[in-house]
Design a protein around this ligand. Structure first.
Ligand SMILES: [Zn+2]
Length: 324
Protein backbone atom coordinates (compact mmCIF):
# COMPACT_ATOMS: atom_id res chain seq x y z
CA UNK A 1 0.00 0.00 0.00
CA UNK A 2 2.81 2.36 1.00
CA UNK A 3 4.66 1.61 -2.28
CA UNK A 4 1.58 2.47 -4.30
CA UNK A 5 1.23 5.78 -2.45
CA UNK A 6 4.88 6.65 -3.14
CA UNK A 7 4.45 5.66 -6.81
CA UNK A 8 1.47 7.99 -7.23
CA UNK A 9 3.22 10.80 -5.35
CA UNK A 10 6.21 10.62 -7.73
CA UNK A 11 3.90 10.34 -10.76
CA UNK A 12 1.91 13.44 -9.81
CA UNK A 13 5.12 15.33 -8.98
CA UNK A 14 6.54 14.53 -12.43
CA UNK A 15 3.30 15.47 -14.20
CA UNK A 16 3.12 18.86 -12.43
CA UNK A 17 6.84 19.50 -12.92
CA UNK A 18 6.73 18.74 -16.65
CA UNK A 19 3.48 20.73 -17.08
CA UNK A 20 4.94 23.67 -15.15
CA UNK A 21 8.11 23.70 -17.25
CA UNK A 22 6.00 23.62 -20.37
CA UNK A 23 3.97 26.61 -19.22
CA UNK A 24 7.01 28.78 -18.52
CA UNK A 25 7.58 31.33 -21.22
CA UNK A 26 10.61 30.50 -23.32
CA UNK A 27 13.50 32.94 -23.24
CA UNK A 28 13.60 34.93 -26.49
CA UNK A 29 17.01 33.51 -27.39
CA UNK A 30 15.64 29.94 -27.10
CA UNK A 31 12.90 30.57 -29.69
CA UNK A 32 13.16 29.57 -33.33
CA UNK A 33 13.50 32.45 -35.78
CA UNK A 34 9.88 31.90 -36.91
CA UNK A 35 8.57 32.03 -33.32
CA UNK A 36 10.73 35.06 -32.57
CA UNK A 37 9.58 37.26 -35.46
CA UNK A 38 5.91 36.18 -35.55
CA UNK A 39 4.66 39.21 -33.50
CA UNK A 40 6.63 41.58 -35.72
CA UNK A 41 4.88 40.45 -38.87
CA UNK A 42 1.33 40.71 -37.48
CA UNK A 43 0.75 44.46 -37.91
CA UNK A 44 3.15 46.48 -40.06
CA UNK A 45 3.36 49.78 -41.87
CA UNK A 46 2.51 49.56 -45.56
CA UNK A 47 3.04 52.24 -48.16
CA UNK A 48 3.57 55.90 -47.31
CA UNK A 49 0.24 57.60 -48.04
CA UNK A 50 1.44 61.21 -48.16
CA UNK A 51 -0.38 62.61 -51.22
CA UNK A 52 1.39 64.64 -53.92
CA UNK A 53 -0.43 67.71 -52.68
CA UNK A 54 -2.92 68.67 -49.99
CA UNK A 55 -6.19 70.57 -50.69
CA UNK A 56 -5.72 73.97 -52.38
CA UNK A 57 -2.03 73.26 -52.89
CA UNK A 58 -1.37 73.24 -49.13
CA UNK A 59 2.11 72.21 -47.98
CA UNK A 60 1.14 70.36 -44.81
CA UNK A 61 -1.93 68.87 -43.08
CA UNK A 62 -2.26 69.78 -39.40
CA UNK A 63 -4.50 67.54 -37.26
CA UNK A 64 -5.03 68.74 -33.69
CA UNK A 65 -6.57 66.07 -31.50
CA UNK A 66 -7.84 66.15 -27.93
CA UNK A 67 -8.38 62.93 -25.98
CA UNK A 68 -11.31 63.87 -23.74
CA UNK A 69 -10.68 61.20 -21.09
CA UNK A 70 -12.24 63.04 -18.11
CA UNK A 71 -13.05 60.76 -15.14
CA UNK A 72 -12.40 57.54 -17.07
CA UNK A 73 -8.66 57.85 -16.31
CA UNK A 74 -9.55 57.09 -12.67
CA UNK A 75 -12.69 54.98 -13.12
CA UNK A 76 -10.78 52.50 -15.33
CA UNK A 77 -8.58 51.76 -12.29
CA UNK A 78 -11.46 51.68 -9.79
CA UNK A 79 -10.18 54.89 -8.20
CA UNK A 80 -13.25 56.50 -6.69
CA UNK A 81 -12.11 59.18 -4.27
CA UNK A 82 -13.70 62.57 -4.95
CA UNK A 83 -10.39 64.47 -4.91
CA UNK A 84 -8.93 62.40 -7.75
CA UNK A 85 -12.18 62.65 -9.69
CA UNK A 86 -12.11 66.43 -9.29
CA UNK A 87 -8.74 66.50 -11.09
CA UNK A 88 -10.38 64.70 -13.98
CA UNK A 89 -13.44 66.96 -13.90
CA UNK A 90 -11.09 69.88 -14.58
CA UNK A 91 -10.68 68.70 -18.17
CA UNK A 92 -14.40 69.00 -18.89
CA UNK A 93 -15.11 72.07 -16.78
CA UNK A 94 -12.04 74.27 -17.43
CA UNK A 95 -10.20 72.62 -20.31
CA UNK A 96 -12.92 72.07 -22.93
CA UNK A 97 -14.26 75.69 -22.92
CA UNK A 98 -10.72 77.09 -23.28
CA UNK A 99 -9.94 74.70 -26.13
CA UNK A 100 -13.20 75.48 -27.94
CA UNK A 101 -12.67 79.22 -27.59
CA UNK A 102 -9.14 78.94 -28.97
CA UNK A 103 -10.26 76.82 -31.92
CA UNK A 104 -13.07 79.30 -32.63
CA UNK A 105 -10.71 82.27 -32.45
CA UNK A 106 -8.56 80.83 -35.26
CA UNK A 107 -11.40 78.94 -36.97
CA UNK A 108 -9.61 75.58 -36.70
CA UNK A 109 -11.38 72.21 -36.85
CA UNK A 110 -10.13 69.48 -34.50
CA UNK A 111 -10.81 65.88 -33.50
CA UNK A 112 -11.98 64.86 -30.03
CA UNK A 113 -11.45 61.19 -29.13
CA UNK A 114 -13.88 60.41 -26.31
CA UNK A 115 -14.34 57.30 -24.12
CA UNK A 116 -18.09 56.54 -24.21
CA UNK A 117 -18.46 56.85 -20.42
CA UNK A 118 -16.87 60.30 -20.58
CA UNK A 119 -19.37 61.29 -23.30
CA UNK A 120 -22.25 60.08 -21.10
CA UNK A 121 -20.94 62.04 -18.10
CA UNK A 122 -20.38 65.22 -20.14
CA UNK A 123 -23.13 65.27 -22.75
CA UNK A 124 -23.37 69.06 -22.37
CA UNK A 125 -19.72 69.42 -23.40
CA UNK A 126 -20.18 67.04 -26.34
CA UNK A 127 -23.10 69.20 -27.47
CA UNK A 128 -20.90 72.30 -27.19
CA UNK A 129 -18.19 70.64 -29.29
CA UNK A 130 -20.75 69.68 -31.94
CA UNK A 131 -22.41 73.11 -31.89
CA UNK A 132 -19.26 74.53 -33.50
CA UNK A 133 -20.13 72.47 -36.60
CA UNK A 134 -16.50 71.82 -37.53
CA UNK A 135 -15.15 69.23 -35.09
CA UNK A 136 -15.04 65.44 -35.22
CA UNK A 137 -15.77 62.94 -32.44
CA UNK A 138 -13.80 59.66 -32.56
CA UNK A 139 -13.81 56.44 -30.56
CA UNK A 140 -11.52 56.13 -27.51
CA UNK A 141 -12.81 53.01 -25.74
CA UNK A 142 -15.70 52.47 -23.35
CA UNK A 143 -14.03 53.45 -20.06
CA UNK A 144 -10.46 53.84 -21.32
CA UNK A 145 -10.03 50.11 -20.68
CA UNK A 146 -6.55 48.50 -20.87
CA UNK A 147 -6.73 46.80 -24.28
CA UNK A 148 -4.05 44.12 -23.66
CA UNK A 149 -6.11 42.74 -20.75
CA UNK A 150 -9.22 42.14 -22.89
CA UNK A 151 -10.31 38.92 -24.56
CA UNK A 152 -11.37 39.18 -28.19
CA UNK A 153 -15.05 38.95 -27.15
CA UNK A 154 -14.67 41.66 -24.52
CA UNK A 155 -12.87 43.97 -26.94
CA UNK A 156 -15.57 43.49 -29.58
CA UNK A 157 -18.41 44.02 -27.06
CA UNK A 158 -16.88 47.19 -25.62
CA UNK A 159 -16.22 48.53 -29.12
CA UNK A 160 -19.86 47.91 -30.06
CA UNK A 161 -21.08 49.58 -26.86
CA UNK A 162 -18.78 52.60 -27.39
CA UNK A 163 -19.84 53.05 -31.04
CA UNK A 164 -23.55 52.75 -30.20
CA UNK A 165 -23.24 55.23 -27.32
CA UNK A 166 -21.33 57.88 -29.30
CA UNK A 167 -23.61 57.44 -32.33
CA UNK A 168 -26.64 58.01 -30.10
CA UNK A 169 -25.15 61.09 -28.39
CA UNK A 170 -23.65 62.72 -31.50
CA UNK A 171 -26.08 61.54 -34.17
CA UNK A 172 -23.20 60.33 -36.37
CA UNK A 173 -21.34 57.03 -36.43
CA UNK A 174 -17.63 57.65 -35.70
CA UNK A 175 -15.17 56.58 -38.43
CA UNK A 176 -11.91 57.06 -36.54
CA UNK A 177 -10.29 55.13 -33.70
CA UNK A 178 -7.71 56.05 -31.10
CA UNK A 179 -6.95 53.18 -28.80
CA UNK A 180 -6.99 53.97 -25.04
CA UNK A 181 -3.31 54.47 -24.07
CA UNK A 182 -2.37 53.52 -27.67
CA UNK A 183 -2.38 49.74 -27.07
CA UNK A 184 -3.30 47.17 -29.71
CA UNK A 185 -4.14 43.48 -29.42
CA UNK A 186 -3.54 40.99 -32.24
CA UNK A 187 -7.33 41.05 -32.81
CA UNK A 188 -7.74 44.86 -32.73
CA UNK A 189 -7.22 45.43 -36.44
CA UNK A 190 -9.76 42.81 -37.63
CA UNK A 191 -12.23 44.38 -35.17
CA UNK A 192 -11.58 47.85 -36.67
CA UNK A 193 -12.26 46.40 -40.16
CA UNK A 194 -15.40 44.69 -38.92
CA UNK A 195 -16.82 47.99 -37.59
CA UNK A 196 -15.92 49.94 -40.73
CA UNK A 197 -13.32 52.39 -39.39
CA UNK A 198 -11.55 54.29 -42.15
CA UNK A 199 -8.58 55.34 -40.05
CA UNK A 200 -6.68 54.67 -36.84
CA UNK A 201 -4.50 57.06 -34.86
CA UNK A 202 -2.67 54.93 -32.27
CA UNK A 203 0.46 53.50 -33.94
CA UNK A 204 3.96 54.91 -34.38
CA UNK A 205 5.76 53.26 -37.31
CA UNK A 206 6.28 56.59 -39.11
CA UNK A 207 5.48 60.27 -38.84
CA UNK A 208 3.84 60.24 -42.25
CA UNK A 209 0.45 58.65 -42.92
CA UNK A 210 0.59 55.02 -44.00
CA UNK A 211 -1.62 52.07 -44.83
CA UNK A 212 -1.77 49.42 -42.10
CA UNK A 213 -0.88 45.87 -43.13
CA UNK A 214 -2.33 42.88 -41.27
CA UNK A 215 -0.39 39.62 -41.73
CA UNK A 216 1.26 41.26 -44.74
CA UNK A 217 -2.11 41.97 -46.37
CA UNK A 218 -3.33 45.47 -47.19
CA UNK A 219 -6.27 46.63 -45.03
CA UNK A 220 -7.28 49.93 -46.67
CA UNK A 221 -7.14 51.53 -43.18
CA UNK A 222 -5.20 54.78 -42.98
CA UNK A 223 -2.85 55.23 -40.04
CA UNK A 224 -2.39 58.82 -38.84
CA UNK A 225 0.52 58.08 -36.52
CA UNK A 226 1.01 59.44 -33.01
CA UNK A 227 4.17 59.92 -30.94
CA UNK A 228 4.99 60.51 -27.26
CA UNK A 229 7.04 63.45 -28.52
CA UNK A 230 3.83 64.96 -29.90
CA UNK A 231 1.69 64.29 -26.81
CA UNK A 232 1.22 66.76 -23.95
CA UNK A 233 1.12 64.15 -21.18
CA UNK A 234 4.79 63.03 -21.08
CA UNK A 235 5.85 66.67 -20.69
CA UNK A 236 3.23 67.88 -18.27
CA UNK A 237 1.97 64.74 -16.54
CA UNK A 238 2.26 64.74 -12.77
CA UNK A 239 1.93 61.69 -10.57
CA UNK A 240 3.10 62.19 -7.00
CA UNK A 241 2.16 58.61 -6.05
CA UNK A 242 4.71 57.13 -8.44
CA UNK A 243 7.21 59.95 -7.90
CA UNK A 244 6.93 61.17 -11.48
CA UNK A 245 7.72 64.86 -11.38
CA UNK A 246 8.69 65.34 -14.96
CA UNK A 247 6.99 68.61 -15.72
CA UNK A 248 8.57 70.64 -18.46
CA UNK A 249 8.08 74.31 -19.13
CA UNK A 250 5.62 75.32 -21.82
CA UNK A 251 8.50 77.06 -23.62
CA UNK A 252 10.44 73.74 -23.86
CA UNK A 253 7.40 72.02 -25.37
CA UNK A 254 6.78 74.90 -27.76
CA UNK A 255 10.39 74.56 -29.03
CA UNK A 256 9.99 70.82 -29.67
CA UNK A 257 6.56 71.04 -31.33
CA UNK A 258 7.65 74.01 -33.45
CA UNK A 259 10.62 72.03 -34.80
CA UNK A 260 8.37 69.02 -35.48
CA UNK A 261 6.01 71.27 -37.44
CA UNK A 262 8.91 72.89 -39.35
CA UNK A 263 10.11 69.48 -40.57
CA UNK A 264 6.59 68.28 -41.42
CA UNK A 265 6.11 71.48 -43.45
CA UNK A 266 9.42 70.95 -45.25
CA UNK A 267 8.54 67.31 -46.01
CA UNK A 268 5.00 68.22 -47.12
CA UNK A 269 3.35 65.65 -44.89
CA UNK A 270 1.27 65.67 -41.65
CA UNK A 271 1.60 67.18 -38.20
CA UNK A 272 -0.57 65.34 -35.67
CA UNK A 273 -0.74 66.52 -32.04
CA UNK A 274 -2.32 64.54 -29.20
CA UNK A 275 -3.50 66.63 -26.27
CA UNK A 276 -5.78 66.20 -23.27
CA UNK A 277 -8.22 68.83 -21.93
CA UNK A 278 -7.08 68.16 -18.34
CA UNK A 279 -3.43 68.66 -19.38
CA UNK A 280 -3.25 71.29 -22.15
CA UNK A 281 -6.32 73.08 -20.75
CA UNK A 282 -4.32 74.79 -17.99
CA UNK A 283 -3.76 78.52 -18.44
CA UNK A 284 -0.02 78.59 -19.15
CA UNK A 285 -0.29 75.68 -21.58
CA UNK A 286 -3.26 76.93 -23.57
CA UNK A 287 -1.28 80.13 -24.10
CA UNK A 288 1.58 78.02 -25.48
CA UNK A 289 -0.83 76.21 -27.82
CA UNK A 290 -2.12 79.57 -29.05
CA UNK A 291 1.46 80.67 -29.73
CA UNK A 292 2.04 77.49 -31.73
CA UNK A 293 -1.18 77.99 -33.72
CA UNK A 294 -0.13 81.57 -34.52
CA UNK A 295 3.30 80.29 -35.60
CA UNK A 296 1.77 77.66 -37.90
CA UNK A 297 -0.72 80.19 -39.28
CA UNK A 298 2.14 82.56 -40.11
CA UNK A 299 3.17 80.06 -42.84
CA UNK A 300 1.45 80.05 -46.22
CA UNK A 301 -0.54 76.99 -47.27
CA UNK A 302 -1.18 75.17 -44.00
CA UNK A 303 -4.29 72.96 -44.03
CA UNK A 304 -5.93 72.58 -40.60
CA UNK A 305 -8.34 69.63 -40.69
CA UNK A 306 -9.99 66.94 -38.62
CA UNK A 307 -8.45 63.48 -38.71
CA UNK A 308 -11.48 62.32 -40.68
CA UNK A 309 -10.97 65.03 -43.34
CA UNK A 310 -7.27 64.13 -43.61
CA UNK A 311 -8.03 60.40 -43.89
CA UNK A 312 -10.82 60.89 -46.47
CA UNK A 313 -8.60 63.16 -48.56
CA UNK A 314 -5.80 60.55 -48.50
CA UNK A 315 -8.20 57.73 -49.42
CA UNK A 316 -9.44 59.70 -52.42
CA UNK A 317 -6.04 61.11 -53.49
CA UNK A 318 -4.27 57.75 -53.20
CA UNK A 319 -7.19 55.73 -54.57
CA UNK A 320 -7.01 53.54 -51.48
CA UNK A 321 -10.47 51.97 -51.62
CA UNK A 322 -9.87 50.68 -55.14
CA UNK A 323 -6.84 48.79 -53.89
CA UNK A 324 -8.85 46.88 -51.24
ZN1 LIG B 1 -6.88 58.67 -23.39
Amino acid sequence: MKKIAIFFFILFFLIFYVYGEDQKEKKPWHLSLEELIKPVTLIRAGKDLTPDSWPNGSKVAVGLSFDFDAETIYLRKNIKDPASLSRAEYGARAGIPRILNLLDKYNIPATFFVPAVSAILHQDKIKEILSREKHEIGIHGWVHEPIPQLSEEEERELMKKAINTLTKITGKKPVGYRSPSWYFNPQTLPILKEFGFIYDSSLMADDKPYEILFKNQRTGIVELPVEWLLDDFPYFGFNWQSGLHNQRSSEDVFTIWKAEFDKAYEEGTIFILTMHPHVIGHRSRILMLEKLIRYMKSHPKVWFATHEQIARYIIQARNLKQAD
